[in-house]
Design a protein around this ligand. Structure first.
Ligand code: FES
Length: 89
């Protein structure tokens, strides 16, 4: 029997609405929001909560402010070390 040597997953640490979040490398911002229990990334002009729908850059419902840039499609944005994500939630 051979012992397999596993390496810990590579992770990145970012902040979501001021809260420190650590996720595996390659995680999208939308997925990090979902994992943190933040289903709402923005509110529409009528004040209704909106969040990711398509997960592939088509619906534009997942927009949030990332590193000070508004309306970033979080479903297409990979999490990066030190990233700051702000939602309307
Ligand atoms: S979830 Fe549809 S564009 Fe991001």
């Amino acid at each position: 029997m051979s012992a397999s040597k596993s390496t810990p997953p590579e992770v990145v640490t970012l902040r979501v609405n001021g809260r420190v979040v650590t996720v595996p490398v390659g995680t999208t911002v939308a997925a990090a929001l979902g994992a943190e229990g933040v289903p709402v990334s923005r509110v529409d002009l009528g004040g209704r909560p909106r969040g990711p729908v398509c997960g592939m850059g088509v619906c534009f419902e997942c927009r949030a402010t990332v590193d000070g840039v508004p309306d970033v499609l979080t479903c297409l944005a990979p999490c990066r070390e030190g990233q700051e994500v702000v939602t309307d939630a």
